[in-house]
Design a protein around this ligand. Structure first.
Ligand code: ACO
Length: 368
């Protein structure tokens, strides 16, 4: 029997705090008109102190689990796609696992910059199709504002913070993830990078002084690359799924710049109305941008059961990819679960596990 991977739950979260283009014009030499015309962005949401990728991810994940009617303890796998992990290690996915109390789930981070959500969805769908797992939580979560140089007007106007989460589940009903393509070209690794703090340039006074812990970007090169790959990846993933452009209801592109989306629309000879766009409100939330755009479109009633769509993205690496899916929604299930109630137990469980580890440590030392 063939197993299909369906997207059965979705949720998003954005920090409450909003930074408008006018707010930005008070800290760098820019203006609302330039940003709107050159990027399409009107505002972005910025994480406050105490808000982290795991905080936003858990809020989005609880909503996604509620839609899917699943408990955190039902999950087999958590993949967190992020370019702004809380630590080099442990993985942000493990922090999410602990906060959710997803006691059965394996957890890891995936870094493919803004293409990461597509890569992560594909990995989770393949694991489900292979029969090795039954359910997965895939999250894109970012607080890239922490890596933005607020003196660099060519990058600080672009990025915002947020998270989007999907639940994937196995079913023998056809549908769900239909096909995916993933590409990379590391010869462009210098075009968009955070150099400082890794093992090549560990954090030192010099790296701080030179601003190497900030996002550095060759905007024009990234722009050219993006306009080349968005249409080609869309056509490629459709071919893999045996579909034509006219079979597709929606294209959900990475929300980087309205002019990049416009170029993709022209390349595909599709009207802009077929593209889901919400970058005006959130800016470029990197790997969170595609799931956030999807969730808003589902909640507005744009994307409906039975619709076929393509998610397509590009980012640092360079990476790019696309994924075709047939939208099904939650699988039939009995009763109603309230995943948020598990949060309290998750906190308690985490404390108890730390306490047990502490006591075990004392006993082990006495035995030595
Ligand atoms: N406000 C006012 N003027 C500005 C600003 C600003 N914020 N930024 C640049 N300018 C000026 C420049 O100095 C330049 O002035 P000059 O002509 O006097 O030299 C002029 O505007 C044009 O600059 P360009 O860089 O050519 O502007 P462009 O129209 O290309 O827009 C932008 C720049 C928005 C960065 C664009 O290149 C872009 O969107 N690139 C893609 C970036 C992207 O998508 N990155 C994310 C990838 S995903 C990931 O992995 C994180």
């Amino acid at each position: 029997m063939t197993t299909y991977a369906h997207i059965t739950g979705w949720g998003m979260s954005a920090p409450e705090s909003i930074m408008t283009n006018d707010d930005l014009s008070k800290i760098v030499e820019t203006n609302d008109q330039w940003i709107r015309e050159r990027t399409g962005i009107h505002q972005r949401h910025i994480a406050k102190d105490g808000e982290f990728p795991s905080t936003l991810a858990v809020q989005a994940a609880l909503k996604a689990l509620k839609v899917a009617n699943l408990r955190p303890t039902d999950l087999d796998l958590i993949i967190c796609s992020t370019s702004s992990p809380e630590y080099i290690f442990p993985a942000t996915a493990c922090l999410i696992q602990d906060q959710l109390g997803a006691t059965k789930a394996g957890a890891f981070d995936l870094l493919a910059a803004c293409s990461g959500f597509i890569y992560a969805l594909n990995m989770a769908a393949q694991a489900i199709r292979s029969g090795s797992i039954k359910s997965a939580l895939v999250i894109g979560s970012e607080t890239l504002s922490r890596f933005v140089n607020w003196k660099d007007r060519s990058t600080c106007i672009l990025f915002g913070d947020g998270a989007g989460a999907f639940v994937l589940q196995a079913s023998d009903q056809p549908g769900g993830v239909l096909s995916a393509v993933m590409h990379s070209d590391g010869s462009g690794s210098n075009l968009l990078t955070i150099e400082g703090g890794g093992s090549r340039h560990p954090a030192t006074e010099a790296t701080l002084h030179d601003g190497r812990h900030f996002i550095q970007m060759d905007g024009n090169e990234v722009f050219r690359f993006a306009t080349r790959v968005m249409a080609s990846a869309t056509l490629e993933v459709l071919e893999c799924a045996g579909l034509k452009l006219e079979d597709i209801n929606w294209i959900v592109p990475h929300q980087a710049n309205i002019r990049i989306i416009g170029a993709a629309a022209r390349g595909l000879k599709l009207p802009m109305e077929r593209f889901i766009v919400n970058l005006q409100e959130y800016g470029n939330t990197s790997t969170a941008s595609i799931p956030m755009a999807m969730v808003e479109a589902i909640e507005k009633g744009q994307i409906k059961t039975g619709d076929k769509l393509v998610m397509v993205g590009f980012g640092a690496g360079l990476t790019w990819g696309a994924l075709a899916a047939e939208w099904t929604g939650p699988l039939p299930s009995k009763g109603h679960v309230h995943p948020e109630q598990y949060r309290r137990f998750a906190r308690l469980r985490s404390l108890v596990r730390r306490a047990i580890r502490f006591v075990e440590g004392l006993l082990y030392r006495r035995e030595l």
